[in-house]
Design a protein around this ligand. Structure first.
Ligand code: NAP
Length: 553
């Protein structure tokens, strides 16, 4: 770990004192690792600050059983180093958390990046210093501030976990935790009575993984999610050799597909082919690896209610075929939204888990939870005795990390107040009123709608070129204009209008029942829905025009 040269600075001497760093990056996850590599390659004096005890972000924290990619592993890894691509062998098509964390550590060690990282370093507030044109960052527990000319946030999309607010949670005498904080030591589940609350992508993974390992499993479901098979499997030496040969082609494809995967949408119009042809495609896609079911589908699935309803009915049939008890099957089929209105969880044996004698689906929309007791969960129907309660209840998505740092920009204005009703940004990369601040994986960028590392590399490259430009042109202050920000935010908002996802009760629209102000119906425009190629074109145009939309000084 690097020791900081931070010092308390006398503002009166401001012009003469250089900031401690040219760039401070917040976050040592997938984004922060990429960004520090690119900047230090340029010789930029940069540091990474992360609140965690070690690197990895999402993959450091989410250690729950079943945690794994739903991006093909070989499209998730970094593309910037041929040597790295040649060296790393992904062992599974959708690799699990331990391997993912090993990979990130391998990258950091290979490129000797750890020396730029400061862990257990939670930035709890930062303020813009107009006179010195730098940010002052306060790290919790430290007396002295760190100063940096530019700040890049790489704080992730889903890193602020949101446990529910249920009476009696503290009374429970067994083990209980949010999936994000799954204990690092091995938890012996054998013979245990386990309750899981939440059936999003996380719940679906954990439930399928532990069903045959626990004594009893009770799944407390408020609303079911549409979910489809992940089709994971090992990657043999021969397959990996083939992937290595094809890496250029793989990454090229990811660059031109809407979601940054190898999956290309079916370009035939939904209505131009017969019902039989549509079903033939779906028969092929159901059980194909990864997001094929979503991303190789007809494009109308995303935009047209009738098309979506026909496809949702098809998936419902498949669920009915997999779940033996018809009553349970019906409860597992969403009735309040169509397939893909919310982020689709990918599963491995999830529906079959409910065919097991030791697994019970507790429908808490019919019999709500009244309270947590010392020994379990009391619903309006009965008491469920439990040894462990797992909260798979999601995250204060995308802006949650920003809301937890007091960020004061021009005139001391708090970002929290500006974004009270939802974020507004320029390109998802910058914010008017917050000079010299760039976001990697920020709201309204392509990060939530595109295979995450593919977005990180696109935005990280753009940010790196921008920093290079600023250095070359001796620019010490940049700020997105109000006009540019408004135009981009309006554009993002308009695109929601075309997507069925706008009706979804999920984090794509900022819904979270456990965060006051984020209730359903108060849409937050988080996601850029124009697709990967269009996003690259938009940010490329801005750069090519000498960073039009920014004031540079
Ligand atoms: P989520 O999708 O927001 O799901 C949270 C679940 O908890 C929902 O079923 C929700 O029900 C339920 N819930 C929340 N509060 C509750 C309460 N008070 N009482 C009862 N139920 C409650 O969260 P997540 O599953 O953690 O997934 C979040 C995102 O993380 C995913 O969409 C995905 O992008 C990412 N993720 C990715 C992977 C991967 O890459 N493989 C794996 C896991 C997660 P309601 O719907 O009724 O609110």
């Amino acid at each position: 770990m690097q020791t900081t040269t931070a010092r308390a600075l006398d503002p009166r001497k401001s012009e003469t004192v250089e900031p401690d760093y040219e760039v401070a990056i917040l976050g040592a996850g997938v984004g922060g690792i990429y960004q520090i590599k690119r900047l230090t390659d340029l010789g930029v004096r940069a540091t990474v600050l992360d609140l965690s005890p070690d690197l990895g972000g999402t993959w450091y924290w989410n250690r729950y059983p079943g945690a794994r990619f739903d991006s093909e592993s070989y499209t998730y890894g970094y593309s910037f180093s041929k040597e790295l691509l040649d060296e790393w062998h992904w062992t599974e098509r959708f690799s699990g958390q331990p391997e993912n964390l090993r990979y990130l550590n391998y990258v950091v060690d290979k490129f000797d990046l750890r020396k730029h990282m400061q862990f257990d370093s939670k930035v709890d507030r930062m303020r813009w210093d107009e006179e010195r044109r730098c940010w002052h960052l306060h790290v919790e527990g430290r007396d002295e501030e760190i100063t940096a000319r530019f700040v890049i946030t790489a704080i992730g999309l889903l890193t602020v976990s949101t446990p529910p607010r249920i009476t009696g949670m503290d009374d429970f005498q067994g083990g209980s935790w949010h999936t994000f904080f799954w204990p690092h030591e091995k938890i012996d589940l054998a013979g245990k009575k386990v309750g899981v609350i939440g059936t999003g992508a996380t719940g679906v993974q954990v439930i399928a993984e532990i069903a045959d390992k626990v004594g009893e499993l009770k799944v407390f479901q408020r609303r079911p999610n549409w979910s489809a098979p992940l089709a994971n499997g090992p990657i043999s030496d021969e397959e990996m050799a083939d992937i290595r040969r094809r890496y250029d082609e793989i990454f090229k494809t990811c660059e031109v597909t809407p979601g940054g995967f190898e999956h290309e949408p079916d370009r035939r119009g939904f209505y131009t082919v017969s019902v039989e042809e549509r079903r033939a495609l779906w028969d092929k896609l159901y059980g194909s690896p990864g997001f094929a079911i979503w991303m190789r589908n007809f494009r109308e699935i995303f935009t047209d209610e009738v098309a979506n309803a026909e496809f949702s009915a098809y998936v419902a049939e498949r669920i009915r075929q997999r779940v033996k008890d018809p009553e349970v099957a019906e409860k597992l089929i969403p009735k309040d939204h169509g397939f893909g209105y919310q982020r689709v969880p990918m599963e491995s044996g999830y529906f079959e888990a409910f065919n097991r004698d030791n697994v019970e689906l507790v429908d808490i929309s019919a019999t709500p939870i009244e309270r947590i007791t010392k020994t379990g969960i009391q619903t309006t129907a009965k008491h469920h005795d439990l040894d462990i309660i797992v909260y798979a209840t999601g995250f204060d998505a995308i802006t949650g990390g920003y809301d937890r740092i007091e960020i004061r920009g021009v005139d001391d204005a708090k970002l929290f107040d500006k974004w009270k009703d939802g974020p507004s940004t320029f390109l998802g990369l910058a914010i008017h009123g917050y000079p010299n601040l760039l976001m990697l994986g920020g709201p309204q960028s392509n990060s939530a709608s595109v295979n995450f590392p593919r977005s990180i590399e696109i935005c990280g490259k753009w940010i790196t070129s921008f920093v290079e430009y600023l250095r070359e042109h001796d620019v010490t202050r940049f700020e997105a204009t109000a006009d540019a920000e408004k135009q981009w935010t309006d554009h993002v908002r308009e695109m929601y209008g075309t997507m069925l996802m706008r009706k979804g009760k999920g984090w794509f629209t900022g819904y979270n029942s456990n965060v006051p102000g984020h209730e359903y119906g108060r849409t937050r425009y988080f996601v850029y829905n124009g697709g990967n190629p269009k996003y690259q074109k938009e940010i490329g145009k801005v750069a090519a025009a000498g960073y039009r939309g920014f004031e540079l000084a």
